[in-house]
Design a protein around this ligand. Structure first.
Ligand code: GLU
Ligand code: MG
Length: 454
């Protein structure tokens, strides 16, 4: 960031801070997401906002090699006790946190001390990839779904889960049981101007889901962080814990963080009105073919935890097969045509991703894979109908062990080039360490160790 840019940011932050103070907002939480998928924070008093916009706030780069259990490892470029970074809040995203009175929130970009962009900043990576798409005249719209399981406070720690409701999957009974809680979730999100599309009880015990309107890729990643922290805060106010781990109980249906995406050029939806499969344009088809091809490596970002391996089972609607289908919930890539008169209705959903993912890495890497598909003029294979585990149709299963996922990631020249060495190596180091950490650990213990961490 250059000097005039920082001066401008400081001057608008001064005005923001005055307004925040007038509204009794005393602290601003500045978040980013680490490579293990945990949202980390530095908070400042509102009175420091202008100073922080000008100079940033310090934070060690070591968090890029932190694991889910807060231990850390070394990677080729990052690790150890030395060095510092500056976190700069994106004040365009400054939001008053309705379920945390007195607090506001903003995501950050991370810079070196001398003001140079930090090579391993995940949010900057997402922005770079979005710009790469924009250079080709392509605008991407994305949105993450948020699934979570609600249990009575503290229940997650002692092994025995006490689900906060007992009604059936998708059951109105569950909504009635927790109507005050769910209303407060909606109220908090509305106060934060989050455009919620729907909220519903999901399949698993105590499970719910929220989906939100699509945004630009970085905006979608920011938004899923905000939605998750809002759900967490409202849950705590109700004496509940929100569990976002990929699996809560092994064998059951887990929590997904499906990514919806659509491509646009000059205001035209490239997912419809074309000659390709299901009305896709050639560009949309090639983009999705690029994503489909790269999925085994993308799992290291989108479904990264050893717990993710427990979720990604056939017949769990998680998308365990590397195939695509029209409205097929067992395909990793599900195409949705939407109602013919719904302008934004056509999109693709990547189902195999889960909430252990760093959403900035996900949107950036998916964009890189899709653009590579366009460059190579890829075509999609035939769509798959039904559950391959039931129909017996032979479809490639996505990697099933942490070691296999890591090998696919490390073998991806595409992702290495897109992420850049420092970020790529840090991610690989975290995956390698978590794979070793949970090797031979019983699924039940993996679930218990991870379900409350994200
Ligand atoms: N909870 C499922 C998952 O693990 C998804 C259910 C659905 O299709 O919404 O991804
Ligand atoms: Mg769902």
């Amino acid at each position: 960031m250059d000097r005039p840019e920082r001066e401008r940011a400081a001057s608008s932050a001064r005005q923001e801070a005055a307004q925040l103070t007038a509204q009794n907002i005393h602290g601003v939480a500045l978040t980013w997401v680490d490579n293990a998928g945990l949202t980390r924070v530095k908070a400042i008093p509102t009175t420091r906002l202008a100073h922080t916009a000008r100079w940033g706030v310090g934070m060690s780069p070591v968090f890029d090699v932190y694991l889910t259990d807060d231990s850390s490892v070394m990677s080729r470029h990052i690790g150890g006790p030395d060095g510092d970074l500056r976190l700069f809040p994106d004040l365009d995203r400054l939001t008053l946190l309705a379920a945390q009175p007195g607090w506001a929130w903003a995501p950050v970009d991370r810079y070196e001390q001398d003001g140079e962009p930090y090579a391993a900043c995940q949010r900057r990576f997402a922005r770079r990839m979005t710009e790469r798409a924009a250079d080709r005249g392509i605008e991407l719209r994305m949105g993450f779904e948020t699934e979570w399981v609600v249990v009575r406070r503290g229940a997650a720690d002692d092994g025995e889960l006490a689900y906060a409701c007992s009604g059936p999957a998708y059951g109105m009974a569950r909504l009635v049981e927790l109507s005050g809680y769910l209303r407060d979730v909606l109220e908090a999100l509305a106060a934060q101007r989050v455009d919620v599309l729907q909220i519903h009880p999901e399949y698993s015990p105590g499970q719910f889901e929220i989906s939100v309107s699509p945004k630009d890729p970085v905006g979608a990643a920011d938004l899923v962080v905000l939605v998750r922290e809002t759900v967490r805060a409202v849950s705590l106010r109700h004496g509940l814990d929100a569990l976002f781990g990929p699996v809560v109980e092994p064998g059951g249906v887990g929590n997904g963080a499906h990514l919806h995406l659509s491509l646009w050029r000059d205001g035209r939806d490239l997912c419809r009105g074309g000659d390709g499969p299901c009305g896709m344009t050639d560009e949309c088809e090639a983009f999705l073919a690029g994503v489909l091809r790269e999925l085994p490596a993308l799992l290291a970002l989108g479904a990264p935890s050893p717990a993710s391996r427990l979720r990604l089972e056939p017949s769990h609607w998680a998308g365990a097969f590397q195939c695509w289908g029209l409205e097929n919930r067992e395909a990793a890539l599900r195409f949705v045509t939407g109602a013919p008169d719904d302008a934004g209705g056509a999109n693709a959903e990547i189902k195999c991703f889960d909430p252990a993912a760093n959403p900035y890495l996900v949107v950036g890497a998916v964009t890189a894979a899709g653009l590579a598909g366009i460059d190579a003029g890829l075509r999609l294979p035939a769509p798959v109908a039904g559950d391959p585990a039931v129909t017996g149709e032979k479809q490639p299963r996505l990697p099933t062990s942490p070691a296999e996922v890591l090998a696919c990631f490390e073998g991806s020249a595409l992702l290495r080039a897109a992420l850049g060495d420092p970020l790529f190596e840090a991610i690989a180091a975290v995956r390698r360490a978590e794979a070793a950490q949970y090797e031979g650990v019983a699924p039940r213990d993996i679930a218990a160790a991870t379900r409350g961490r994200y």
